[in-house]
Design a protein around this ligand. Structure first.
Ligand code: NAD
Length: 793
């Protein structure tokens, strides 16, 4: 026997963590668990309970309360009652509570880790070393934001009562990601954990109450999707923060449309793991293990699509198969295992079926010959090769330990393949050439990119999706804004009903010549509308002052196509974008008198007020010219050797419906921040006074904006807005105008989950810089991508 023989054959004996303390805690709830409302357990009002099971054995674990609408109502009432005092406590007071919660997590780390492993089926090694430490880190970090709130978010205020719904894959971590920022910034919470895994939330709530968290600040209502739906529907909730599947996210968007509730969605993914030929292949193999077998692949940002550069593909697959052979699956409390159980038999069945479908569609399936415990919901690590990019397993989120592999030849092909998904949560790039890796990262449509690493998380580094992986960020400064609203917006009042249009007077011969049928502005030039229809534009006194084209669906589609084609603007340097805006301002200044006269003749304001509006529009163009190269990202220093680069990126093509009031200033106030940040715009001017926007198109034509960067389609909003809001090539849609338009935009945004910014019929004072200019708009005009760059050997 040689030493190397022992090394090769050495096996690990079981190293079980004790579950005694966790079982004692469970035994203290012999009747089953209740909700946690107003600082204490609250039995389900309808008396309904359901069983949950230990995934690794299938044995019953606990009885949980099934939340009814009445339970949700009681929890929302408790949260509402607690909110004013919690907000009034101030940043420092809340910081102390958050700090206490962080300490509490550390004090009870072992119990929390064991409960989580028992309840979810994941290895104790992960709950102990990853989930629980990240939970504590999240509370510490957000204790800091609470402390700094009055200084760093002085112009913001909390939203109020927040409903939060989380999935089963990281029950405690998702709780922390949700409640830490919400509570830190002065909101109170009703949390609905996933029905499979509610125990750590109930334990946390109990411990938090013992630690002195005021009653009603954190409420937990357990139950299934119906309980979640009741929370979403509750009129007393100011915001819904949801993490879960894209389908349910879409449903929630539809159900909250027009309600005025703010919404963040952290949804599914199908993240690429790209290995270039110059990568450190052994490191990348270990990366794959972390990417897809961490938490049995039940990870929203799992690197589930392995993209290999052709020259190394065979070698890489061979090494990966060898590595898979040494993975150990076993009971979650064994500290020596790599993989535990899937969460439930239903999930096991789903994974099985998807793998079968993959094989039917031509994939080759490899599963190592490793032992799986009997019973429970264990599934082996699985590698599918010979996978077509359009096949089910390459496009559907499997949410299990299943990796699909494909190959590419060039970096461009890698980017195209990586982005060939409706999702956009995360991506991993492996290359020893820093220029290549950092060149590829900005081209990937994903909220998080890891260079030569995977599944790194930190409370200071925002996490969240692009495209159908949802919107909003958790963690970091950007995550804080998801639980705040600008004070200036909170003060808005419903827009006064518009005075009825005066009856049109017949034009008389001594009137100045009419501007007959102004054209649309599409692809950098004036364009004739598709239909023959025209809209009369009347002055405030009912005089006919012009006609504009009544655009139709086809005009919107043409405008969107032109905006899509102008992708170069999104890659233009901030300096170049600033120059574009200053140039528009310069040209507008040359024609200031003409624009003022137009405002007088159309809106009826006096000459001085019109002049002020033109001056403010000029000022706003200058302001966004200034912001273009100053609204920047950040360099985070998470606890590792490396940095995370928070890049501020444009959203893409954005549709904007403008209001009637202050027609020049409101148009500029909405379009300029989007252009400054590199978006391309399709704008619909206010219906009543569209001529200022049309005049501005002549200015745009004479400026140096590339064709298609801004497109203007006049017409009736009810005819144009549905097409714009539902268009799959539009990435975001803004609506300022009626409450009905806001609801319509939110409802129709669900197809491709476009980002929305709507005013819900509340009037903005466009002359007030606090309400109408600056970072609040810029944040909506951008999305943050965090690129993790570890360094050192
Ligand atoms: P799910 O959408 O079925 O359930 C998530 C939560 O929503 C659960 O608490 C569930 O009870 C609740 N729910 C179900 N129907 C509802 C309804 N109609 N109204 C309100 N609430 C409802 O998702 P899941 O299967 O539990 O979790 C897996 C999904 O979560 C995956 O798609 C995964 O990618 C995603 N996920 C995303 C992130 C992220 O940060 N982006 C993190 C973890 C998981």
């Amino acid at each position: 026997m040689t030493v190397s023989h022992y090394f090769d054959t050495m096996d690990y004996g079981p190293a079980p963590e004790s579950d005694a303390e966790a079982r004692q805690w469970l035994a203290r709830h012999p009747e089953g668990f209740s909700h946690f409302i107003g600082g204490r357990p609250a039995a389900p009002s309808a008396g309904a309970r359901f069983d949950t099971f230990e995934p690794a054995t299938g044995a019953p674990l606990a009885r949980l309360a099934q939340g009814s609408a009445a339970d949700v109502d009681a929890a929302v009432a408790a949260a509402r009652a607690a909110q004013p005092a919690w907000e009034a406590l101030g940043g420092h007071g809340r910081a102390r509570h958050l700090y206490a919660l962080a300490r509490l997590v550390q004090r009870h780390a072992r119990l929390l880790a064991v409960v989580e492993a028992l309840d979810n089926g994941k290895p104790i090694r992960e709950t102990r070393d990853i989930d629980v430490p990240l939970v504590a880190r999240h509370f510490y970090h957000h204790a800091g934001w609470a402390q700094l709130q009055e200084r760093e978010f002085a112009d913001q205020q909390p939203l109020g009562v927040v409903g939060q719904i989380v999935p089963w894959n990281f029950p405690l971590l998702m709780l922390a990601w949700k409640i830490a920022p919400a509570l830190a910034l002065g909101n109170t919470v009703v949390l609905k954990p996933a029905e499979f895994t509610s125990l750590s939330a109930l334990l946390f709530a109990e411990l938090a109450a013992q630690a002195g968290l005021p009653a009603g600040v954190l409420n937990v209502v357990t139950g299934d999707g119906a309980t979640g739906a009741a929370l979403v529907a509750h009129p007393g909730v100011d915001k819904i923060a949801f993490t879960g599947s894209t389908d349910v996210g879409r449903l929630i968007r539809e159900q909250t449309a027009g309600s005025g509730k703010s919404l963040t969605l952290e949804l599914g993914g199908k993240s690429p793991f790209i290995v270039f030929e110059d990568a450190d292949l052994d490191a990348a193999v270990e990366g794959v293990v972390d990417a897809i077998w961490f938490n049995q692949g039940q990870v929203c940002c799992a690197g589930s699509r392995l993209l290999l550069q052709e020259p190394i593909a065979q070698d890489f697959i061979a090494r990966l198969r060898v590595r898979m052979q040494s993975l150990r699956a076993g009971t979650p409390l064994d500290k020596a295992i790599d993989m535990g159980s899937l969460v439930a038999p239903i999930q096991l069945e789903r994974v099985r079926k998807l793998v079968e479908a993959g094989v039917r569609e031509g994939a080759t399936c490899f599963q190592p010959d490793i032992a799986l415990p009997a019973g429970g919901s264990f599934y082996p690590p699985t590698l599918l090769t010979d996978v077509h990019p359009a096949s089910t397993v390459a496009t559907e989120e499997i949410f299990g330990p299943v990796l699909v592999a494909m190959t590419f030849r060039t970096p461009d092909e890698a980017v195209a393949l990586a982005n060939n998904t409706r999702y956009g949560l995360a991506a991993s790039v492996w290359s020893e050439t820093i220029g290549l890796a950092l060149g590829v990262a900005p081209q990937l449509q994903a909220g998080v990119v890891w260079i030569n690493a995977t599944n790194l998380f930190d409370a200071a580094v925002g996490f969240g999706g692009y495209r159908e992986s949802g919107y909003g960020r958790e963690g970091g400064r950007e995550g804080c804004f998801e639980y705040l609203k600008p004070r200036a917006w909170a003060a808005r009042k419903p827009r006064p009903a518009a005075a009825p249009q005066p009856a049109a007077e017949a034009p008389s011969l001594d009137l100045p010549a009419l501007d007959r049928t102004a054209k649309l502005f599409v692809g950098g030039k004036q364009a004739r509308a598709d239909g023959e229809g025209v809209l009369s534009v009347l002055s405030h006194a009912g005089r006919l002052v012009g006609e504009v084209a009544a655009g139709n669906r086809k005009d919107i589609r043409n405008a969107v196509a032109a905006a899509r084609a102008a992708a170069g603007w999104s890659g233009a340097t901030p300096h170049r974008r600033a120059q574009g805006l200053y140039y528009i301002a310069e040209n507008l200044a040359l024609r200031a008198d003409e624009f003022a006269a137009r405002l007088v003749s159309t809106t009826g304001v006096d000459a001085a007020a019109a002049r002020v509006e033109v001056e403010r529009a000029l000022g706003r163009l200058f302001a966004y010219g200034a912001w273009a190269d100053k609204f920047e990202g950040a360099v985070h220093v998470p606890p590792m050797r490396g940095v995370a680069l928070a890049m501020v990126e444009p959203i893409g093509v954005v549709g904007v419906a403008c209001p009637d009031e202050a027609p020049l200033l409101s148009f500029v106030s909405l379009v300029a921040p989007l252009l400054a940040m590199g978006n391309r715009v399709v704008a619909i001017p206010g219906e009543r006074h569209p001529l200022s926007a049309i005049d501005l198109c002549q200015v745009l034509e004479a400026s140096d904006l590339p064709a298609g960067v801004i497109n203007v389609v006049t017409g009736r909003h009810d005819a144009l807005l549905p097409t714009l809001a539902a268009h799959d090539d539009v990435d975001a849609c803004w609506s300022f105008g009626s409450a009905g338009s806001a609801a319509l935009v939110e409802r129709l945004s669900t197809g491709n989950l476009k980002r929305t910014l709507v005013d819900h019929g509340l009037a903005t004072d466009w002359h007030d810089d606090a309400a109408a200019e600056g970072p609040a708009f810029l944040r909506h005009a951008t999305q943050v991508k965090n690129i993790w760059v570890p360094y050192g050997d």
